[in-house]
Design a protein around this ligand. Structure first.
Ligand SMILES: Nc1nc2c(c(=O)[nH]1)N[C@H]1C(S)=C(S)[C@@H](COP(=O)(O)OP(=O)(O)OC[C@H]3O[C@@H](n4cnc5c(=O)[nH]c(N)nc54)[C@H](O)[C@@H]3O)O[C@H]1N2
Ligand SMILES: Nc1nc2c(c(=O)[nH]1)N[C@H]1C(S)=C(S)[C@@H](COP(=O)(O)OP(=O)(O)OC[C@H]3O[C@@H](n4cnc5c(=O)[nH]c(N)nc54)[C@H](O)[C@@H]3O)O[C@H]1N2
Ligand code: SF4
Ligand SMILES: [Mo]
Length: 719
């Protein structure tokens, strides 16, 4: 086949249509393959949604695939952390199965846990088969990014709308006024919204009305639109005061509140004391500005208020998110064109969330908190290993993740990992976590794997679905996670994931067979022939290799049919809301000398990885941003090394003095401080800032269990 022809056979010469699985934008890409190797990656201009958009990370995936530091055979730990020797798959999986059996016999399956990191959420059905694998072993400790990323929003949505996973998001196609709290989409490419061309959408909204960015840093997005600099971890005050002002001036959507919600009067009463005047000094935004923001929002018919990562990891993450969801409903923006809505996943039937995923259906062993979506609190990873008693964790699988850098207090986690009877890493790099593993099993990159956009496109303002065949054959001895898990189960005499208990043991379907079935019964599927123009994976592969639009857009009004509370009314009052408002009002002021730490992301970085690729990290020097007034008060100067400390620890970092951050705050990116098997990354300057964030249960946000990595108090002094 020639270089210019398209192919969908793994490794064939020519061009291969695929899509990027690094962030929620999931941009269409074309990979050029010659002699079984990817030569370069370029944007797919025919992709119906990304229309030629990619970023430098997506096109760097070939460099990751052929990174000389990539792990290409199973590795067995032979000495200190990071000291490994290659072994065969048979030896690795045989020993892993035997050790798991030993743990189960001695302590029970509950001693087994799993951590699934961010990349797993972009791999088809990964979280589903990963959970089934763990259940098959009798385990239920399910660590992931929930409590460091979305947990507070999951919980708020569940309390207000009855579902933690039917994400609410703004109708950015038609909105005229958008408030964004704690999000930087010009760098992150949007989160909980799948829209590769977010920048254009936001610019159009700004031209029609306005985009207001609420952020303690004058971010790339804040510079482009209207910016209200807020103090870290104080958004509850701001949003509460906006709701207060809306009620005080009769700007609420009274008919909607009366007919379709419950508890709004209780919320109104509880927020009565939180006037713009009370909130202003606490959030750093003037009372007049709060009033005018509330009025602009309430009076613009097509408006939405969106909160993301920056609202999730403070001391009041759940409350801010409860207030954001409530603000949208109170002002009449939920379920209307240009407002606040939910979408549809292309796989499976839409429906009520399962009972086992409900808030409070289980509690954590450490901290005794009700679980959000059944996720074990992120802060408890080390303590689950070191705290004796029933359910103490003895074996852990870390798949697609790096909790030593992603979770707070990484050195404590690293030390605890050394106490496990079995730690298995599934990754194509030895990272700061998997260097502690007994076995590191090499996984595929997404270019070596077929996938269907299954999960994140449920929040796509311009809905689409795409199937990508594998672009190349697996490099080295790398294997698919699904096959690794099933191989382990087979060696333990357990049925394969997704196998039908009624049929012969281990006659397991292929992963894409399962995905195809779920697509076909889903809202855009062919219903097994009943809707001949509906989708199947084959049809996507043959007729829509760059992806298919599944609908022009989701109908916002249908969001009302996805309210899953008991009485199907939007619930604006809950004992959690009551408790959290009382806690907010009782908050003591912080001492004047305290600085609040928060984070930032860069275009060329993705959490803790992709730092081994020269073009992505050239000139990368993480710095601690501090306002000139705070630097002057401490006698500190630009370029100096300073010590930043908390009760958990202290680190030395490079100081950058800049008006980009609000006085009283400091900002440092997470995901640095490398000592894995990646040579370039290890040579980078910078520290693991999560090292000084607390993982103690009393420091978790006490309703969602979210860890506190944005807005935690630090002190900074000269070294
Ligand atoms: N202070 C602070 N901490 C944070 C954040 C923050 O903003 N501030 N952000 C948080 C957020 S939002 C998140 S999502 C978490 C991320 O936390 P994690 O997901 O734990 O961390 P990542 O850095 O994404 O690590 C991903 C790992 O997966 C590997 N990998 C990549 N693709 C694949 C694959 O296809 N298969 C397998 N098996 N492995 C793969 C990579 O090599 C890497 O080692 O971090 C969180 N931590
Ligand atoms: N280039 C790049 N893109 C990414 C990632 C990446 O690491 N790099 N990570 C991906 C992942 S896993 C995720 S979850 C998404 C996240 O995508 P976003 O939600 O857009 O996350 P961030 O870019 O971290 O933006 C969060 C913003 O919140 C601000 N902030 C911090 N504390 C507060 C606060 O208390 N109040 C307010 N109002 N703002 C606050 C920060 O200054 C920051 O600008 O991005 C994804 N995309
Ligand atoms: S924006 Fe970049 S990282 Fe995100 S999907 Fe597109 S190419 Fe990949
Ligand atoms: Mo994330």
């Amino acid at each position: 086949m020639g270089q210019d022809t398209f192919s969908d056979m793994a490794g064939a010469d020519g061009k291969h249509r695929t899509y990027c699985r690094l962030c929620e934008a999931q941009c269409g890409m074309i990979a050029h393959v010659r002699a079984g190797r990817i030569e370069r990656i370029e944007p797919d201009r025919e992709h119906p949604v990304s229309e030629g958009h990619v970023c430098i990370k997506g096109t760097s995936m070939a460099a990751i695939t052929y990174d000389p530091d990539r792990v290409l055979t199973p590795l067995k730990r032979v000495g200190a952390p990071g000291e490994f020797a290659p072994v065969s798959w048979d030896e690795a999986l045989g020993d892993i199965a035997a050790r798991l059996q030993h743990v189960i016999d001695k302590y029970g399956g509950q001693a087994i846990g799993s951590y699934k990191g961010n990349p797993a959420s972009f791999a088809t059905l990964h979280s589903t088969y990963g959970a089934l694998f763990l259940n098959a072993l009798g385990g239920h400790k399910n660590f992931n990014a929930v409590q460091i990323d979305t947990g507070a929003k999951n919980l708020a949505q569940e309390l207000v709308f009855g579902s933690g996973t039917d994400w609410t998001f703004p109708d950015i196609e038609r909105c005229d006024f958008l408030i964004m709290i704690g999000a930087n989409p010009l760098v992150s490419h949007m989160s909980l919204i799948a829209e590769p061309r977010a920048r254009e959408r936001l610019e159009q909204i700004a031209a029609r009305g306005g985009v207001v960015v609420i952020d303690p840093r004058r971010t790339e997005t804040a510079r482009r639109f209207e910016h209200l600099p807020v103090l870290p971890d104080s958004d509850s005050w701001l949003v509460a005061a906006m709701i207060n002002h809306i009620f005080a001036n009769g700007l609420e959507a009274r008919a909607v509140l009366d007919e379709r919600t419950s508890g709004w009067e209780d919320l109104r009463e509880a927020l009565r004391p939180i006037t713009p005047e009370l909130a202003a000094p606490r959030c750093g935004i003037a009372a007049d500005q709060i009033r005018s923001l509330a009025e602009r929002f309430a009076k613009t018919t097509k408006a939405a208020c969106y909160g993301r990562v920056g609202t999730n990891r403070g001391r009041f993450g759940t409350l801010v998110n409860l207030l954001i969801e409530s603000l949208n409903v109170i002002a009449g923006k939920f379920g209307v064109e240009g407002g606040w809505m939910t979408g549809l996943a292309p796989i499976g039937k839409a429906g009520e969330p399962p009972a086992h995923a409900r808030y409070g259906s289980a509690r954590s062993r450490i901290g005794n908190l009700p679980l959000v979506l059944g996720s074990t609190p992120g802060g408890s990873l080390a303590a689950e290993i070191t705290t004796p008693g029933e359910g103490q964790m003895r074996a852990l699988f870390v798949d697609s993740g790096n909790p030593v850098l992603a979770y707070p207090d990484g050195e404590t986690t690293a030390a605890a990992l050394e106490e496990l009877d079995l730690l298995v890493g599934i990754d194509f790099y030895v990272n700061e976590t998997t260097r502690h593993a007994h076995y590191l099993l090499p996984s595929l990159t997404f270019l070596e794997r077929e996938d269907l956009t299954d999960y994140w496109v449920r929040n796509a303002p311009r809905p689409w679905v795409q199937f990508s065949p594998a672009v190349i054959e697996p490099v080295g001895e790398s294997r698919h996670e699904f096959d690794i898990y099933n191989d382990i189960l087979a060696r333990m005499g357990l049925p394969a994931v997704f196998s039908d208990p009624a049929s012969r043991a281990n006659e397991a379907p292929e992963l894409m067979e399962v995905a195809d079935r779920m697509l076909r019964i889903g809202p855009f599927g062919d219903q097994f022939g009943e809707k001949p123009d509906g989708l199947t994976i084959d049809k996507l592969r043959v007729e829509h290799p760059s992806g298919a639009r599944t609908a022009d857009r989701f109908d916002p009004a249908k969001s009302w049919s996805r309210v899953w509370t008991e009485d199907r009314k939007v619930q604006l009052w809950h004992e959690v809301t009551q408790g959290e408002i009382a806690r907010l009002l009782a908050e003591p002021a912080l001492p004047d000398v305290t600085l609040l730490m928060f984070g930032r992301r860069k275009l060329g970085s993705l959490n803790s990885w992709m730092h081994n690729i020269e073009r992505l990290v050239r000139n990368e020097t993480p710095s601690l941003m501090m306002h000139p007034a705070d630097a002057a008060a401490r006698g500190l100067a630009e370029g100096q090394t300073v010590r930043v400390s908390t009760l958990t620890g202290a680190l030395e970092v490079l100081l950058e003095v800049t008006e980009e951050v609000v006085p009283g705050s400091v900002c440092y990116p997470h995901g640095f401080g490398h000592k894995g098997g990646w040579q370039r990354a290890n040579a980078l300057p910078g520290v693991n800032i999560n090292q000084i964030a607390s993982s103690r249960p009393e420091d978790w946000e006490q309703v969602s269990g979210n860890v506190h990595v944005d807005g935690f108090p630090v002190s900074v002094e000269a070294v």
